[in-house]
Design a protein around this ligand. Structure first.
Ligand SMILES: [Zn+2]
Length: 254
């Protein structure tokens, strides 16, 4: 398979070499130091076309004309217009990027009354409004002992005692507790073929039965595992009224 591919590649290269031989005299006709563009203008409108010399109708792959270092065509002095940021960087026609690079703050596009914010940040007031809307749209569910977390926070509660103590100590409005029911994060099972894909041959498979059996056992343990962690879920927790009353009473009479 590989050999026949190499052979055909070799054949293609030989063909290319033959064609190049046909073109070579054309290149040799260009006097050293002369620019090929001028050659094209004066004596040969298309010096690199095979057809002119071989009689074939084919065009050679584009060959770059020779431009001498000191030829006027090599470079010319031009005046360039473009956006330059306050820190001196050139951005061409990209005014937006230049302004982004040169500015420190920008104004909220949704509501110009909002506090200005750093260009690489976001409008905090709009963000908070979006999060408030997200919480308001979340469905409510009776709490049945799952871990809880305050919405958009790292304050977790894994048992009722720590929750009760925290709420008694705090002055959070008990009628407006933004507590969410958490959802468990379980460990994912491991596919040995995926795990070793960098080391296996292409389309290859693991043939060692002992190794596969070990993965089966590992995956069995993974399926039985307790959650590795908990994350904010999609429900707002409705605490039992008895618990709310208990906390309210404890706040009044410490
Ligand atoms: Zn805003």
């Amino acid at each position: 398979m590989r050999n026949s591919k190499d052979a055909s590649r070799h054949g293609q290269r030989r063909l290319l070499n033959e064609r190049l031989r046909n073109v070579r005299p054309a290149l040799d006709q260009i006097p050293i130091g002369a620019h090929p563009y001028s050659a094209r203008k004066t004596c040969n409108p298309s010096p690199f076309k095979v057809s002119r010399y071989s009689g074939k109708d084919e065009v050679m792959p584009a060959q770059k004309p020779i431009i001498m270092y000191d030829a006027p065509e090599a470079a010319s002095l031009k005046t360039v217009t473009g956006w330059v940021s306050a820190d001196g960087r050139f951005f061409g026609s990209n005014e937006d990027l230049a302004r982004y690079s040169g500015a420190t703050h920008r104004r909220c596009e949704v509501n110009p009354e909002h506090k200005i914010y750093e260009v690489n940040s976001y409008c905090k007031e709009c963000h908070q409004a979006r999060r408030r809307a997200k919480f308001a749209a979340m469905p409510i569910k009776d709490w049945s002992g799952e871990p809880l977390v305050f919405f958009d926070s790292d304050q977790y509660f894994f048992d009722v005692d720590s929750l009760r103590d925290y709420l008694i100590e705090s002055d959070i409005d008990l009628a407006d507790l933004k507590l969410c029911i958490c959802e468990p994060n379980y460990p994912s099972q491991i596919d040995p073929a995926d795990h070793f894909c960098d080391d296996l041959p292409e389309d290859g498979e693991i043939r060692d039965d002992q190794l596969l059996a070990a993965f089966d056992l590992l995956n069995e343990m993974i399926r039985q595992s307790e959650p590795l962690s908990w994350s904010e879920g999609e429900y707002v927790a409705q605490l039992p009224q008895s618990l709310i009353d208990e906390i309210a009473a404890a706040r009044v009479t410490p």
